[in-house]
Design a protein around this ligand. Structure first.
Ligand code: AMP
Length: 241
């Protein structure tokens, strides 16, 4: 049986919010705590579904259909189960499991991630053919959204770059919808501001999981939508900007 990653948001195998991690952080000398992420209590084992993004990092050239660009700092892939016409994931080459592992020393990395995301979004909107995006804007793609999931299901930090048409057969559940259309979707600016202030990146599991399990509404006009068929019908026809 195939179960998509976001359906597994509640089977969170990582320990990013555990108390033990906090203890490790506090025990570090201030200089080290700027760049060395705490070691998670239990890393998912190799081959586990949640480690599926790591292969692209190891050998990006082996995945020409998925990897749209790579350089020394980042690998950018097309999401395997895209929730919209454009759905990219930007991953740093260095090992960082999730947003909660980000420290002050990662500030430039996150700034560069956001810049790259904005550049790619603009290139896609402009139908730039120098990058093989594999898709062009839908009539409903008025904007490209950029953000992290507060509590990701997949290992390795990844920034979502997703068009706001949400025209995709892989968009199947309330969790999928709310993960991009609720406060669960964290703009990079939020992380950047926190890192600039030297604050830790933590997301309360209970609060953020309640967002993805909460009611759905149209991202354009705010109409409440009770199930996926009505959501899909509504967003295909909603004329609000
Ligand atoms: P999240 O961890 O919730 O931020 O989202 C992980 C994303 O990874 C989802 O949008 C999935 O569709 C996507 N995904 C899951 N497995 C793979 C894979 N093997 N290759 C590419 N994308 C994947």
């Amino acid at each position: 049986m195939t179960v998509s990653a976001l359906d597994k948001l509640q089977i969170d195998e990582s320990s990013e919010n555990s108390d033990d991690e906090g203890i490790v952080l506090l025990a570090k000398k201030p200089k080290m705590a700027e760049t060395i992420a705490p070691v998670p209590k239990a890393l998912p084992s190799v081959g586990h579904w949640s480690t599926g993004l790591l292969a692209y990092l190891k050998d990006p050239s082996s995945y020409p259909d998925s990897v749209i660009m790579h350089n020394e700092e980042f690998v950018v892939i097309k999401d395997k189960y895209p929730k919209s016409t454009l759905h990219l994931l930007i991953m740093p080459r260095q090992s960082i499991q999730n947003p909660s592992q980000l420290l002050k020393g990662h500030l430039d990395l996150v700034i560069n991630m956001e810049k790259l995301a904005s550049t790619l979004a603009a290139q896609w909107m402009a139908r730039d053919t120098t990058i093989n995006f594999g898709s062009v804007p839908d009539p409903k793609s008025s904007q490209v959204l950029i953000g992290f999931h507060a509590i990701p299901s997949m290992s390795q930090l990844h920034l979502h770059v997703i068009s706001n048409d949400f025209n995709s057969p892989s968009l199947k559940s309330k969790k999928h919808w709310n993960s991009f259309n609720s406060p669960f979707f964290i703009p990079p600016s939020h992380i950047i501001q926190k890192l600039q202030k030297g604050e830790s990146i933590t997301f309360d599991k209970g609060i953020y999981e309640a967002y993805v399990d909460g009611p759905m509404k149209c991202h354009r006009c705010g109409t409440p939508l009770s199930n996926m068929p009505s959501l899909k019908n509504h967003i295909a026809t909603c004329s609000a900007k």
